[in-house]
Design a protein around this ligand. Structure first.
Ligand code: FES
Ligand code: FES
Length: 155
């Protein structure tokens, strides 16, 4: 089937009932989306589908036809990192990095709906994303930084 991934039309041969995550990783070599729980519970596999954060491990491929899929590899524009990526680097909001792509995409999706979330709202918005390294305080700081930067027009 044909998919629209990171702005490009691509073809995958996987079973349409299989998960989007495996098509991204195994066929398209987009390994930024990680396999964590495989049950929609940890957020490591998060991608954007039409701008909304979705768990690709529990998203059947067939439901994604014609939709815009964005992985962490496709978030930068014209060689420039997204302000959320820059903020994660500046705030040092990662340790092993396994959760980081999913955290960033979930945070991008959250700021689209709520550009200036409170700290409580950020914590609530990211509670479905698990960080086993416990970098939550720095992740929250990064999202607040990105929110401020985006509000200030740096995006
Ligand atoms: S691997 Fe998809 S939510 Fe955990
Ligand atoms: S940085 Fe290791 S799981 Fe989050």
């Amino acid at each position: 089937m044909d998919l629209l991934v990171n702005g490009k039309q691509v073809r995958v041969n996987a079973d349409p009932d299989s998960s989007l995550l495996f098509a991204l990783r195994d066929e398209l070599n987009l390994t930024g989306a990680k396999y964590g729980c495989g049950e929609g519970q940890c957020g490591a596999c998060t991608v954007l589908i039409n701008g909304a954060a979705m768990r690709s491990c529990v998203t059947p491929l067939r439901t994604t036809a014609g939709k815009q899929i964005t992985t962490i590899e496709g978030l930068a524009r014209d060689g420039k990192l997204h302000p959320m990526q820059e903020a994660f680097i500046e705030a040092d909001a990662m340790q092993c990095g396994y959760c980081t792509g999913g955290m960033i995409l979930s945070a991008v999706s959250m700021l689209r709906k709520d550009p200036a979330p409170s700290e409580a709202r950020i914590r609530q918005g990211l509670e479905g994303n698990i960080c086993r390294c416990g970098t939550y305080p720095r992740i929250v700081a990064a999202v607040r930084m990105a929110s401020r930067n985006l509000q200030g027009g740096r995006a």
